[in-house]
Design a protein around this ligand. Structure first.
Ligand code: ADP
Length: 226
């Protein structure tokens, strides 16, 4: 589904963020990317979202070369990708329900679908009883669940999660990881970045370790070696 072919990214000032990175992510896989701060994890995700271009090499989403997409095709690519971030990025003046409904409206989904799908995804993340709560009324773990529900409501092919448990305590971290596993079991491909060894051990799935922009390890089953 995702193919990085000899991708390098050099930022102005000769900062090498990615150095000759090659890997493939198959449909249905759950890949974690680990590495110290500055190893290139965020840059790698930016390449997939077409937020930045490689200096060298190519990145494919299925048969599409992401960096040859025209300006108006990029939003169509992004619609196939759900994103979750460390800082949740919920709209503060909207309830859990409205945050998710807003994303569906932006994708052109109708009122009936919204009325049936928003409660469904909130139920899926264990927040079926918090539809009308505002972000400030929710704990960090609950906010991240709303953000995950929002990321999956338009049924993306790929879910990208950038340090999704970075602001959470161990119990909430474990619960969020269980939700990601459940979403992956339903068939969504997931790429997640983390600093957290516990997350990797909890997942027991494929791990790519980045060191100074290079793939230092690519382990089939959960190993965190830094
Ligand atoms: P990580 O997510 O693993 O912490 P990043 O991908 O953010 O790493 O950064 C990798 C390297 O690229 C770092 O050395 C960082 O300083 C550099 N870098 C990232 N973005 C930029 C940018 N926009 N301009 C210049 N250097 C950047």
């Amino acid at each position: 589904m995702i193919y990085f072919n000899q991708v390098s990214k050099i930022y102005p000032g000769n900062s090498v963020a990615l150095n000759n990175v090659t890997f493939t992510v198959e449909p249905g896989e759950f890949l974690s990317v680990v590495g110290h701060s500055g190893a290139g994890k965020s840059t790698l995700l930016k390449m997939i979202l077409a937020e930045d271009k490689p200096t060298e090499g190519t990145v494919f989403f299925e048969s599409t070369n992401i960096h040859e997409l025209s300006k108006h095709a990029i939003p169509l690519l992004r619609r196939r990708i759900g994103s979750v971030f460390q800082d949740f990025r919920l709209l503060p003046d909207k309830t859990a329900y409205e945050n998710i409904a807003f994303t569906m409206e932006a994708a052109g989904r109708g009122d009936e679908e919204i009325a049936s799908d928003v409660p469904y995804v909130l139920e899926l993340v264990g927040l079926g009883n918090r539809l009308s709560s505002f972000p400030h009324e929710l704990s960090g773990g609950e906010r991240q669940r709303v953000a995950i529900a929002r990321a999956i409501v338009n049924q993306p092919d790929l879910l990208i999660a950038d340090e999704p448990t970075g602001n959470l305590d161990p119990i909430n971290t474990h619960e969020i990881i269980q939700i990601f596993k459940k979403i992956n079991d339903i068939g969504t491909t997931i790429i997640l970045t983390t600093h957290n060894k516990g997350v990797i051990d909890d997942l027991g799935r494929r791990v790519i370790t980045l060191e100074n922009g290079r793939v230092a390890r690519d382990d089939k089953k959960g190993r965190y070696v830094l």
